[in-house]
Design a protein around this ligand. Structure first.
Ligand SMILES: [Zn+2]
Length: 136
């Protein structure tokens, strides 16, 4: 068990890392950013098809902003700054589109189920949805 103690505390430092506020922020960014892979993988395995859950975009956004902060204010390295300088744009765009899609859902007038924006009939009770009535 000595090797575990050596791994956790190397040269008197936890994991051999010189810890400071920006190191904590940077590693937190790494942890959040890395977690998104497992979240997406789990969702895909669960649904047996490729699925990108909304939490994936939140983890991407938060992780990349933490890493951008680390790159800008601590590392001050152009390679790391560029790597995270623009990634937040598609993450925010995906979150906006996701919420617009949710808002566009239609509540069934018969059973109150939430139906997809372009559905003509309720997937639960088969009742006609508003846009189908308006078209008729
Ligand atoms: Zn219904």
């Amino acid at each position: 068990m000595d090797w575990i103690a050596n791994l956790l505390s190397h040269n008197g430092k936890f994991l051999g890392i010189e810890w400071g506020l920006w190191k904590i922020i940077g590693w937190l960014g790494n942890l959040v950013f890395f977690t998104r892979f497992f979240v997406q993988w789990y969702a895909t395995e669960k649904h047996k098809r490729v699925v990108v859950p909304v939490v994936f975009w939140w983890l991407s956004l938060i992780g990349s902003l933490l890493l951008l902060g680390y790159a800008l204010f601590y590392k001050r390295d152009s390679v790391f700054i560029f790597a995270y300088a623009f990634t937040w744009i598609p993450y925010i765009r995906n979150l906006i589109i996701h919420h617009r899609h949710l808002d566009a859902h239609i509540d069934c007038p018969s059973c109150a189920s939430r139906c997809e924006p372009n559905d003509q009939f309720c997937s639960q009770c088969g009742g006609k949805l508003k846009q189908a009535e308006a078209a008729a």
